[in-house]
Design a protein around this ligand. Structure first.
Ligand code: GUN
Length: 299
């Protein structure tokens, strides 16, 4: 029997722990956890994600601030907003939603976020801590942290002897995911669009993580029988069977056929997706505890 991981249920357990920690922090120190989410421009998918993040922050008991800026915002204006949030003692986490409009230099903005408030884990200080094996004092990018939590729920903390293949090499996901798997003692390959015979490489994986952004690219014959498959893709495709103009969300894995081969698999939607928001709340709670001089909760 294939196990289909219920990401919504695991995410809900993380959110419950965040709510408890947030209430206790406020009771014990008077610190109200603050998260600022910044969005620039009109990308509809980004607005949907940001609304969910702001709503969940409120549900966790945070002071949730959303800055919605027009597409014409200049580099200077955005830099000044980030600088003011860096200085604001009521704000413990800052998230600038990506992608930014093309005329803006996203990397400069991301690197200007104070590392202790960088709840996306994208500042070089946080990326460097993860790369050097310090998982205790930095902040880890939310989607890999969430995907790793699902892996840990299935396989435990120690992946010794297991091979993992991560398809994708982005700073936001592929690289940090590979680091987390290495830290847990897996033998890790990072594959990508230039990898020769990707299917054969993928077939070697006990744990296969797909983050390529191509709908249903990973087929059943890419999967080792009995593998754990973590699908990080969120792709909107046409669904004429649902009616004219209708769409549906699919992952990077052809779920139905892959589920016949894998032992464990995450669905899309309802797998890794809900974990990303949950880990953003977890990171914000960790940042607020550290700012208040309290031991941070572990997730
Ligand atoms: N856009 C898509 N995913 C993410 C994310 O995890 N963080 C930010 N800041 N933007 C995103």
């Amino acid at each position: 029997m294939t196990t289909v991981i219920d990401g919504k249920r695991v995410a809900a357990s993380v959110i419950d722990a965040v709510k408890t920690a947030t209430a206790a922090l406020e009771r014990d120190t008077g610190t109200k956890t603050g998260l600022a989410v910044v969005i620039v421009g009109d990308d509809p998918a980004s607005h949907t994600y940001v609304s969910s993040k702001s709503r969940m922050a409120k549900e966790c008991g945070f002071n949730s601030i959303q800055h919605t800026l027009p597409a014409e915002t200049t580099q200077d204006e955005l830099a000044r907003l980030v600088a003011s949030l860096n200085e604001d003692a009521a704000i413990h986490g800052i998230l600038v939603q990506l992608p930014l409009p093309k005329h803006l230099n996203a990397e400069a903005i991301i690197q200007s976020i104070r590392p202790d408030k960088d709840v996306d884990g994208l500042n070089v200080v946080n990326a460097g801590k993860l790369a050097t094996g310090d998982l205790d004092t930095g902040l880890i990018s939310c989607t890999p942290a969430g995907a790793m939590l699902l892996v840990r729920r299935m396989h435990g903390e120690d992946l010794s002897g297991l091979t993992a293949v991560v398809i994708g090499r982005s700073n936001l996901f592929g690289k940090p995911m590979a680091q987390l798997l290495i830290h847990a003692n897996a033998t890790v390959t990072t594959a990508h669009s230039r990898t020769k015979d990707l299917a054969a490489v993928a077939r070697g994986a006990d744990i296969l993580v797909a983050a390529v952004g191509r709908p249903e690219m990973v087929k059943a014959d890419w999967i080792k029988p009995g593998a754990t498959v973590i699908d990080v893709g969120i792709n909107r495709i046409a669904a004429p069977d649902k009616g004219e103009g209708k769409t549906r969300l699919v992952g990077d894995v052809a779920f139905t056929e892959a589920a016949e081969v894998a032992a464990v698999i995450t669905p899309v939607p309802g797998g890794v997706g809900p974990m990303t928001i949950a880990m953003l709340m977890a990171n914000t709670s960790i940042a607020a505890h550290r700012a208040a001089g309290k031991p941070a909760p572990k997730f």
